[in-house]
Design a protein around this ligand. Structure first.
Ligand code: KG4
Ligand code: ZN
Length: 346
């Protein structure tokens, strides 16, 4: 049996988790800072790092308590080292190094984006492992990672092998949700609000652009600008009121339809190009109801299994960090006191 303590602090969630054998969650905590940043309409890095500092030790203690284990019982400490806000990543890594030094443990540096992919596979792997069946996912998988900071497509050959085949050349999909939400005066984070509002809107009310970036890349800045011009008029000053006759529900539904169309098209093309045996959609935007429904329909059409994280594992958490950390630890991909953080990876 292997026990991994996972630590996550790359953005605005402080999280810890204890995972057994790479699949079973024994304890976990997420302290969200969303309320702290909401009034600024986005994450303020200095506030985020300070808040991680306050939350991280209690969050780790509570997850160990819930798991009914102590630090001595864990085999390794997996920690997010990239990508993310440097000041935030440093809090998690420094605590991981301190604990590792004090308790004589190994640290395992983890890539947050790769961990999102792994988090989507974990419930399936656990179910198979518990049933005594082969729990190795059907490689190669094509994975779409959509969050506030990333919109990337990967081809995955194993838990630890990820080849980037496409990414956004400007805004991330979640960022576009957050910006459109701000334009509509709906607050932060925008994804859940727009998702809800879109259910009462007409997705065909506005013909927003489906931008095709070269290859398998994405671009959302043209869509964002198109929404801005539609709701406030071309050249309107910042903070101008919505144009008369604009229904927020219709804008939300039409914007969401454009995002989902582009994401789904690229996912399908990538899957066909590499002859994928399964699809993964993960990251905060994987909580989106329209994207989940569309990905499910496309997977059925292609006859491929679709791995979607359960809602609780869609947004940032440490379960996915500990889960991927398990495989990296098994492969000897460990760190030491010289391990550093990296703001951007790809
Ligand atoms: O993965 P995540 O928790 O943090 C990052 O690594 O960025 O993703 C957060 C992003 C935010 O932009 C948020 O608006 C978006 O995920 N999000 C959603 C939904 N729930 C969260 N976007 C669309 N629909 C949702 N239901
Ligand atoms: Zn994330």
């Amino acid at each position: 049996m292997t026990l991994i303590l996972g630590i996550e602090s790359s953005c605005d969630e402080t999280a810890a988790a204890v995972v057994r054998d790479g699949v079973s969650v024994l304890g976990q905590r997420v302290a969200s800072q969303v309320d702290l940043h909401a009034r600024f309409g986005g994450v303020i890095p200095e506030i985020a790092s300070r808040s991680h500092l306050e939350a991280i030790i209690p969050v780790i203690e509570e997850s160990l308590d819930e798991a009914g284990v102590t630090l001595d019982d864990v085999d390794a400490i997996a920690v997010t080292v990239t990508p993310g806000l440097v000041g935030c990543l440093l809090v998690g890594l420094s605590v991981a190094k301190g604990l590792a030094l004090a308790a004589g443990k190994t640290i395992v540096p983890v890539n947050h984006v790769h961990a999102h992919i792994h988090g989507a596979l974990m419930p399936w792997m656990e179910e198979r492992a518990l049933a005594g069946e082969d729990s190795d996912p059907p490689w190669p998988l094509v994975a779409l990672v959509v969050s506030g900071g990333h919109t990337s497509l990967y081809v995955c050959e194993s838990p630890s092998e990820h080849r980037l085949v496409g990414r956004t050349i400007d805004d991330a999909a979640g960022e576009a949700y957050d910006k459109v939400s701000a334009m509509l005066g709906l607050g932060y984070p925008g994804g859940p609000v727009i998702d809800k509002l879109a259910q009462d809107g007409n997705p065909k009310a506005h013909a927003f652009p489906r931008t095709r970036a070269p290859g398998l890349d994405f671009s959302f800045s043209g869509l964002k600008t198109a929404v801005l011009y539609k709701v406030r008029g071309q050249g309107a000053p910042r903070g101008a009121p919505l144009l008369p006759g604009i229904r927020r529900e219709d804008v939300a539904a039409s914007f969401q339809a454009a995002v989902v169309d582009v994401l789904a098209a690229r996912l399908v093309t990538a899957a066909e190009e590499v002859d994928a045996r399964g699809l993964v959609v993960c990251g905060g935007v994987a909580a989106n109801s329209a994207l989940r429904a569309r990905a499910t329909a496309e997977a059925e059409r292609l006859g491929l299994p679709l791995f979607l994280p359960p809602m609780a594992l869609a947004t940032d958490n440490a379960v996915m960090i500990a889960g991927l950390g398990h495989w990296l630890f098994a492969e000897g991909k460990t760190g030491d006191l010289g391990t550093d953080v990296l703001a951007r990876t790809d």
